[in-house]
Design a binder for this molecule. Structure first.
Ligand SMILES: CC(C)(COP(=O)(O)OP(=O)(O)OC[C@H]1O[C@@H](n2cnc3c(N)ncnc32)[C@H](O)[C@@H]1OP(=O)(O)O)[C@@H](O)C(=O)NCCC(=O)NCCS
Length: 219
């Protein structure tokens, strides 16, 4: 049995609890969530989310003995995930990955630490993915694609083979990315069709996508 604390307490964290339920049905080595920590949890400390308590802010982790407990980076937005993960790591936190048993993950693909991969995704041969990756349900990532750290891909996204995606990129629900490069920090809008390289820190939306400057990166 592996005790875990979830970073995050929003909708995505509840989705991660659901994946853990499915994993636990198929293994004797159960994952046991013992609490949630997240930025802004102060007033919500003690609240139960599906019978599991909110323990407090990320700083609560200084009380944890990480020889027994692991963390799961269950925060959707890349900007918040990076901030909370970095704080947790400074406090000694060690992360595990959570992969839904229905995922088709090529034995020739590589994924870094702390990933969360939702149901029915397909990750093809020679794909290389960095740390703290999040893929929501029904995502397809074609062969030979390279993906950076803290990338978040939302449901029903299709990534063509040979695509290169930088760090901290957010790809909205149902977007399609043809073989090209997406720069660090870019945000791809829901349903966008990406037909050419997206510069770093730009917002791309529409079919075919046009590029816009972002005043503030929210995702
Ligand atoms: C694109 C996005 C990041 C917001 O961009 P924004 O420029 O800040 O959008 P705003 O809400 O200010 O809208 C500005 C204009 O863009 C349009 N717009 C918003 N999202 C769009 C999208 N995905 N594609 C095309 N146009 C979009 C709006 O209709 C609006 O048009 P108007 O000026 O003609 O009225 C956001 O709408 C989006 O797509 N987020 C992804 C959501 C998602 O996938 N979440 C995951 C859920 S599981």
């Amino acid at each position: 049995m592996q005790k875990v604390i979830l970073l995050g307490g929003g909708g995505f964290a509840r989705e991660v609890l659901e994946i853990i339920e499915v994993i636990n049905k198929n293994t004797d080595n159960k994952i046991m969530p013992i609490g949630f920590v997240y930025d802004g949890a102060g007033k919500e400390t003690g609240k139960l989310i599906h019978d599991i308590p909110v323990l407090g802010e990320v700083s609560y982790l200084k009380n944890i003995d990480f020889s027994e407990v692991r963390l799961i980076a269950a925060v959707g937005r890349s900007v918040w995930r990076r901030k909370m993960v970095e704080e947790a790591k400074k406090l000694g936190g060690k992360f595990i990955s959570i992969v839904h048993p229905s995922v088709i993950l090529s034995k020739w693909a590589k994924i870094g630490d702390g990933a969360i991969i939702q149901r029915l995704c397909g990750i093809m041969p020679e794909v290389v993915i960095g740390d703290f990756f999040v893929s929501n349900a029904y995502v397809g990532i074609g062969h030979d694609s390279i993906i950076g750290d803290y990338v978040h891909i939302n449901p029903h996204v299709s990534i063509a083979g040979g695509t290169v995606i930088g760090n901290d990129v957010f790809i909205g629900v149902r977007a399609t990315v043809l073989t090209c490069k997406i720069g660090d920090g870019a945000v791809i809008g829901a349903c966008a069709l990406i037909t050419k390289d997206v510069p770093a820190n730009m917002l791309a939306k529409g079919i075919p996508a046009k590029f816009y400057k972002m005043d503030e990166k929210k995702y």
